[in-house]
Design a binder for this molecule. Structure first.
Ligand code: GUN
Length: 285
């Protein structure tokens, strides 16, 4: 079997076009435009690329982006002050703090500083709690992107065994919850999981978000599995996923490539969340 490749880039372009149309309609007769503030601390090369791509997507679809780039040693209080100011700013409908933050900053405290209505990453504990109870309208971008990819590929999630590699707050845990809400039977594996291959081989849907290049081999997956690769790892300046694509593509039924799979979907979902936050805030005026 050779897997069909899920075109995350193409699907994300389609979603961004739909969002752009909606923004155009919403702006008719209004002098307000959706605004996204992006805070980045330091010079982490990957973060700089992600932020540049997010700003580019904003430009393409009619969201105004505001970048707050401060140096590595910015005191935590200054970042919090910026966030509190942006929470009150009527031109800003979404706020995102690019992660990871420098080690001496309390990431939890920073994320809790963002007004939940403007938390377009969905990392605030209130929004995470709503995700847990399936009452959220802002959803974590990567996980929401994964679900969109599965839906666009007409994958029936209900009743399937889903195995997630990775238990991060950003991807592993929210993806597990979202698949559970869609009635999959979900297992999370992590660095301490024993006999991991025995578990991954049971997955009808396998999502890998561990950041270990080519960790998932052909032997680790079920015949015909649907494989979603969230990994973005750099080897000799080349991007590779968590999945050994060349091996796994011969055994899976559907697979996401790296690059061009989950990555562009994360950005499309960020745009979607910014639009959702904008609509909610302009309706409350
Ligand atoms: N760093 C890695 N992924 C993400 C993300 O989705 N949002 C933010 N803010 N930072 C990240």
């Amino acid at each position: 079997m050779t897997a069909e490749i899920i075109d995350g880039k193409g699907i994300s372009t389609q979603i961004k076009e739909e969002i752009a149309e909606e923004i155009k309609d919403l702006r008719k007769g209004r002098d307000t435009i959706p605004g996204l503030a992006v805070i980045i601390v330091g010079e982490d090369p990957a973060s700089l690329i992600y932020v540049r791509n997010k700003k580019k997507a904003c430009e393409e679809i009619g969201i105004e982006s505001f970048e707050y780039h401060t140096d590595l040693h910015t005191p935590q209080e200054d970042i919090l002050k910026t966030i509190h100011r942006l929470n009150q700013d009527k031109k800003i409908h979404g706020i995102l703090v690019q992660l990871p933050l420098p080690k001496d900053i309390d990431t939890g405290l920073i994320l809790e500083g963002i007004a939940p209505d403007k938390d377009v990453d969905c990392f605030h504990p209130i929004n995470m709690g709503k995700l847990m109870t399936n009452t959220a309208d802002l959803l974590p971008c990567t996980s929401a992107g994964i679900i969109e990819l599965l839906d666009h590929s007409n994958v029936k999630i209900q009743g399937k065994r889903a195995v997630i590699l990775g238990r991060s707050n950003i991807v592993g845990k929210p993806t597990a919850l979202m698949l559970l809400h869609r009635h999959a039977t979900v297992t999370i594996c992590h660095s301490r999981t024993e006999e991991i291959e025995d578990i991954t081989r049971e997955g009808d849907i396998l999502v890998s978000a561990i950041g270990v290049p080519r960790f998932v081999t052909g032997e680790m997956i079920k015949d015909g599995a649907i494989v979603i690769d969230v990994g973005i790892n750099r080897i000799n300046n080349k991007l590779v996923g968590d999945v050994d694509f060349d091996e796994v593509v011969r055994k899976a039924s559907l697979i996401t490539p790296v690059p061009g799979g989950v990555g562009p979907m994360t950005i499309a979902m960020l745009m979607k969340n910014t639009l959702t936050a904008f609509k909610r805030q302009i309706c409350m005026k």
